[in-house]
Design a protein around this ligand. Structure first.
Ligand code: SAM
Length: 563
């Protein structure tokens, strides 16, 4: 039985705790004077209002959004993944890459991933790349829920895309917080979005992942031609927000700069054409055999208005001008052979810019299909040298595979492949928890095929209008087996030599909901071994924990409460 004294003690402890927490708030949010005022207000609170008072004084600390009440969880239930062997896609190859598809509400599936993809000894998440393409909450959708434009009217499988802004942000907030926990310290998250919510999502992500971990707002040209239905300006782009879990530990794929000398063989994959174009477009040369490799030169070493002085070329010719650099810096550049004096060593000085210093920056934030036009006599040839696809090409790809226009606005495979290929390691885990038609799965398998990688995907998507069964699963089956699940012929071929991606398998999970009242240890004890088996299927490296831990984890699997 609690006594009055106990209550008093709890109140005093709580007050002390709240006051300590005020001290921990960052200076940018609360200056010292504000902290003192907040503490005085908390000191004057009573047993009945202390929680409300604390909430009130700390609310202004939030720099971003203040949401309505977060969606509630159902405390009398746990949501547990359960393998559906009859749906799983097998491989005939003894050695193959094993992937997963979890069909269900992603808030609940993310909680299962939290149980399985956190390293128990370090607490670190084990997912390397997350790509998501959530419902965009489009204006048109707001009108009636599923008001897709003409081009997708034929689409049979539409999904819910109608939220109030606050509701949408709430939905994203809850899921992104879970996503952050399962990302590895070197991990990255990419989020597709359009103009409707981009600004709001950016602020939300700054708050969750931290502004310091923002990598870029990638601008993807999703439409190749102008769109005349737009009232004022034709919108041809969407965005992909990229955040690192911890930017200080994050790196992107680059080249071995020291080995680049314009030799094409040193380059690989997606980057090959990019770097080649950079090299071809600019006037790189290496007339004096500079060991740092090819360079272009710029005459921008003069700048009127600066002090005038004289520099002397290696052949003794004097050049007097107002130079950009101070005499000391100029001399250092000369001593370091970074100044080019023309073929005979006496021309106006020009500063060298080395090719090797650019190649690390080939990953631009502008993503669009790039072409080069080559001329051979009278004939011109347009050649695609960098491909990320468009909404139109993504739609065609899916139609080629599943036969009909079954899903609105799938992303093009090349776009997702590019994002994944930026990651420096090709033996990694890729998660997409708004997987839709399964583009991310196909992208992972194609990339592995191309570079021998061992990437593994985990897709999760709900089954609204049977999307998961009829589109996601069927697509994955078809690209793996090169034919439909009922033997249908498909026009898609991964390549002439590789007609299917048979060295892949996909374990399929559903989400099952189990009643579990608090302190019902008997029921929990029955569920524990079931959970352990399923977690191990989802992550073969999952370590079975001691009983107490797993009970806690079960309790953490309370599902999203539908309203
Ligand atoms: C924009 S689509 C993703 C399209 C995908 N990138 C592709 O290329 O096919 C979003 C998908 O997320 C699913 N979805 C929306 N809310 C979800 C939720 N709470 N849990 C699981 N899936 C959800 C929708 O059914 C839809 O299939």
């Amino acid at each position: 039985m609690m006594t009055i004294n106990d209550n008093k003690l709890i109140f005093e402890q709580k007050k002390k705790q709240f006051i300590e927490r005020i001290d921990l708030i960052a200076k940018e949010s609360f200056n010292n004077e504000q902290k003192e005022t907040a503490k005085q207000i908390i000191e004057s609170a009573n047993e009945n209002n202390i929680d409300a008072v604390y909430q009130l004084v700390t609310q202004r600390v939030k720099t971003g959004f203040v949401f309505d009440a977060a969606p509630e969880v159902n405390h009398n239930c746990v949501a547990l993944i359960s393998e559906n062997e009859s749906l799983s896609i097998t491989s005939t190859e003894a050695v193959h890459n094993e992937h997963s598809l979890i069909i269900g509400e992603n808030y609940d599936t993310l909680k299962n991933l939290l149980c399985t993809y956190i390293n128990p000894s370090t607490g670190e998440g084990m997912i390397d790349i997350i790509y998501i393409d959530p419902p965009y909450n489009t204006e048109s959708a707001k009108k009636d829920g599923n008001d897709y434009k003409e081009e997708v009217e034929a689409a049979k499988f539409v999904y819910r895309d109608k939220y109030t802004r606050d509701g949408w942000l709430n939905m994203m907030n809850e899921r992104l917080k879970l996503a952050k926990k399962i990302l590895s310290n070197r991990g990255v998250i990419y989020i597709s979005i359009d103009d409707g919510e981009q600004g709001y999502l950016k602020v939300l992500c700054d708050e969750i992942f931290g502004e310091k971990n923002f990598i870029a707002n990638l601008i993807w040209k999703c439409r190749s031609s102008l769109y005349y239905t737009e009232p004022l300006i034709s919108i041809q782009t969407e965005y992909i927000l990229a955040y690192a879990k911890d930017k200080s530990k994050f790196s992107l794929k680059t080249f071995d700069k020291d080995n680049i000398d314009g030799d094409e063989k040193a380059l690989e994959g997606f980057f090959f054409n990019r770097v080649k174009k950079l090299y071809d477009d600019e006037d790189y040369s290496n007339n004096d055999n500079d060991p740092r490799g090819p360079y272009k030169t710029s005459g921008k070493v003069r700048n009127d208005g600066r002090p005038i002085y004289t520099v002397t070329s290696p052949t003794g010719v004097q050049h007097t001008a107002a130079w950009v650099y101070s005499p000391e810096v100029f001399q250092q550049l000369i001593d370091d052979n970074q100044i080019y004096w023309g073929v005979d060593g006496s021309a106006q000085p020009r500063k060298k810019s080395y090719f090797k210093d650019y190649i690390g920056k080939v990953s631009s934030n502008l993503l669009y299909d790039e072409f080069v036009i080559t001329k051979n006599g009278d004939k011109t040839k347009k050649e695609k040298i960098f491909e990320v696809g468009t909404t139109e090409s993504g739609t065609k790809e899916l139609k080629d595979i599943v036969g009909e226009n079954k899903f609105p606005y799938p992303k093009p495979v090349e776009l997702i492949k590019y994002l994944i290929s930026l990651y420096p390691v090709n033996d990694c885990t890729v998660l997409d928890f708004f997987a839709g038609s399964g583009t991310t799965g196909q992208s992972v398998m194609e990339l592995n095929e191309e570079d021998g990688g061992k990437r593994k995907f985990i897709l999760t998507t709900n089954n609204e209008n049977n999307i998961a069964n009829d589109v996601t699963l069927e697509r994955l089956f078809r690209v793996i087996h090169g034919k439909g699940s009922k033997g249908e012929h498909i026009s898609w071929k991964y390549s002439n030599t590789v007609p299917s991606l048979i060295n892949n398998s996909v374990r399929v999970f559903d989400v099952e909901y189990h009643e579990l009242q608090l302190y019902d240890f008997e029921k929990a004890n029955k569920l524990i071994p079931i959970a352990e088996i399923q977690f191990k299927k989802l992550n073969p490296n999952y370590k079975i924990k001691d009983r107490f831990d797993i009970y806690n984890e079960l309790a953490a699997l309370n599902p999203y409460k539908k309203v």
